[in-house]
Design a binder for this molecule. Structure first.
Ligand SMILES: [Zn+2]
Ligand SMILES: [Zn+2]
Length: 625
């Protein structure tokens, strides 16, 4: 079953966004003194941040009650009614409600644009005769429901309308949402505006779908994902850590994780060298002037760390590698015959992320991009892009990712570069995609201001999609850095610049791999390929001599003993070691090993030399034992 994100389905986006409002309405109907703030949709659900009275905090137990109230609102099939009001009117209504956060939101909308249209959405028709006035505080509105003496006895109690500042979009009526396709998931804390100096709010997360079947499938996916959580497996398998003492979002690669990274990097470098890339290394900081020239200080500053003073100069940590590769280019002299030039670097960058938004290896502050920049002639764009797509397929395919979702983003309204170069470049990207035979979607006008791009998402073992590879053309940096080459008439020309990454970030890709493989790396990637288990201490010497032979042949192995064989096997399975060899007296006499693969498949007794050559072959071919 296809579980679409809010980006992929307008209907789900409307459902999820509407659910956030319905939840806020339900909360204010149930709990006195709770103030509303904001409640956006997420990829697969929604959340709402409430200012909850400190003396009676919300607990997970209350979620059931809220869900029931939401179902009531859905059953009442109330319309979502859009109303455009003046800023003064909006302010008056918010003040009447006593909602300080809403007032702040209104003020920040007006700060950005004093003439911004202010829209509010009512749930329930505010002009319906039975309804309470929309400006009444929510608690009073709820009270208005109390049956008056002359109330009609028949029919369900009407639900008083409720409203929120919002730009939409929503479903048409609350009844368009199936309450059995909605679930409230959990309660966490979140700072107002993500700012630690501001009050702590209560965030309620939920998920919403079109049908109960979709919700059930999503719950199953979530359970499966929890089992694979790379943070949990990363700790269990000693792959990496992120430590409070050094700061969030900064990753320590422990020996087993570092071994996997080393293998990935080696594989990556070898393939790049085969494809005519040249490796470079560049500094992690540079003078702020470099970022002024590149333009990053204008359009990327919020992602960059504070500048630092070094003697009389101002320096800054790099959020990107691009200006450095441009600097390498600029230090040379190029004729058209020297292009394309492909510079590759596993370049570590630092980007500011709010403390509340970091997540394991998926969202960090320091990470290594598998970056490369291609400088080429306009008539080389197609073949260069095609080459990148081939490399994407070969590299990602090696990890078992062969199902891609490809997106082409084209020229936005505001852009730099001539019409001619945009037309040439977009046509070249299309031609390369067609040559590859890949299906793709076009995000018309969704490109960066400096060039069109191709994004590639992969699908993992449980069907989740991950954005990994990007190929981005750039007509801006060559201009800003005044880059050139000499054409066949010895005239100066601007080269075309292509940014591209295949994994995206090594940290994030490692997280994806851990979850995809559930920690059981294939033989060629496993930090330890073979674990030798000794049934008694007399066999340690034999096992060590086998291990020495294995290491000499390049096999990564370790010897473990001093426990019952059942326990040793259990531990090897827990460590997810691909090949487990039991060493008993019989094996020692015959110079053999009793082989068992991860997952329990027994292969019986094999000569030591056979085990070594099978591991070596599987490693070389990236295949199975
Ligand atoms: Zn809304
Ligand atoms: Zn770049």
């Amino acid at each position: 079953m296809e579980l679409k994100t809010s980006d992929e389905s307008e209907n789900l986006l409307r459902i999820r966004h509407s659910c956030a409002h319905i939840m806020a309405m339900a909360v204010q109907r149930l709990f006195k003194g709770v103030q509303v703030t904001v409640g956006p949709w997420t990829d697969r659900g929604f959340f709402y941040d409430f200012a909850w009275p400190a003396d009676s905090p919300l607990t997970e137990k209350d979620l059931k009650k809220i869900k029931k109230e939401m179902a009531k609102i859905m059953k009442a099939n109330l319309p979502f009614v859009r109303e455009e009001v003046s800023a003064a009117e909006a302010e008056a209504r918010i003040r009447a409600q006593g909602e300080p956060y809403k007032l702040e939101i209104l003020q920040s909308i007006l700060e950005r644009d004093p003439n911004a249209p202010i829209t509010i959405y009512h749930i329930g028709d505010p002009n319906a005769p039975a309804a309470a006035p929309s400006a009444a505080p929510a608690a009073a509105a709820a009270a208005a429901e109390a049956p008056a003496a002359d109330a009609k006895p028949a029919g369900p109690k009407p639900v008083a309308p409720w409203w929120d500042l919002c730009a939409g979009p929503h479903v048409e009526r609350t009844g368009d949402i199936n309450p059995d396709a909605v679930e409230l998931e959990n309660v966490t804390g979140a700072y107002w505006r993500g700012d630690e100096s501001k009050p702590m709010l209560t965030r309620v997360y939920g998920t919403a779908w079109e049908t109960p079947d979709q919700l059930a499938a999503f719950k199953q996916l979530k359970e499966e994902a929890a089992k694979r959580d790379h943070r949990k497996l990363g700790a269990e398998l000693n792959l990496f850590s992120i430590q409070e003492s050094s700061g969030g979002g900064l990753v320590y690669w422990h020996p087993p994780g570092a071994m996997v990274r080393h293998l990935i990097e080696t594989f990556w470098k070898e393939l790049h060298l085969q494809r005519g890339y040249q490796l470079v290394y560049s500094p992690h900081i540079a003078k702020a002037d470099l970022w002024k020239t590149s333009g990053h200080l204008d359009f990327y500053r919020e992602n960059m760390y504070e500048q630092m003073q070094v003697e009389d100069e101002t320096y800054q940590l790099r959020p990107m590698n691009c200006p450095f590769h441009v600097s390498v280019y600029k230090d040379g002299y190029y004729s058209y015959r020297d292009l394309p030039l492909r510079l590759a670097e596993l370049g570590t960058v630092y980007r500011y992320e709010r403390s509340g938004t970091m997540h394991g290896l998926f969202r960090v502050r320091g990470f290594t991009q598998d970056d490369a920049h291609i400088f080429c002639l306009p008539n080389q764009i197609t073949s260069e892009i095609k080459g990148v797509l081939d490399l994407v397929e070969e590299i990602l395919g090696t990890f078992g990712f062969s199902d891609y979702e490809v997106n082409l983003s084209t020229r936005p309204e505001k852009s730099v570069g001539s019409d001619e170069i945009w037309t040439t470049a977009e046509a070249a990207l299309v031609e390369a995609l067609n040559a590859k035979g890949w299906k793709y979607q076009v995000d018309a006008g969704g490109g960066a201001f400096y060039g069109p791009k191709i994004d590639i998402k992969i699908r993992d073992a449980i069907g989740r999609k991950w954005q990994c590879s990007t190929v981005q053309l750039d007509f801006n940096l060559p201009e800003r850095f005044d880059m050139h080459y000499f054409d066949d008439a010895a005239a100066k020309q601007r080269p075309i610049m292509i940014h591209r990454a295949i994994f995206g970030s090594l940290e994030r890709f490692f997280g994806i791999l851990i979850e995809n493989y559930m920690g059981a790396f294939p033989l060629w990637l496993a930090p330890v390929q073979v674990r030798l288990l000794t049934v008694n201490d007399n066999l340690t010497e034999y096992a060590q001599s086998v291990a020495a032979q294995m290491r000499k042949a390049g096999v990564r192995c370790e010897v473990v003993g001093q426990a019952s064989i059942a326990k040793l096997i259990r531990n090897a399975e827990k460590a997810k070691t691909p090949v487990i060899c039991v060493v008993g007296n019989k094996e020692a006499e015959a110079n053999s090993l009793a082989v068992r693969l991860y997952g329990g498949k027994e292969l019986g007794s094999l000569p030591v030399q056979d085990v070594i050559s099978r591991v070596a072959l599987a490693t070389a071919t990236k295949g199975a034992f």
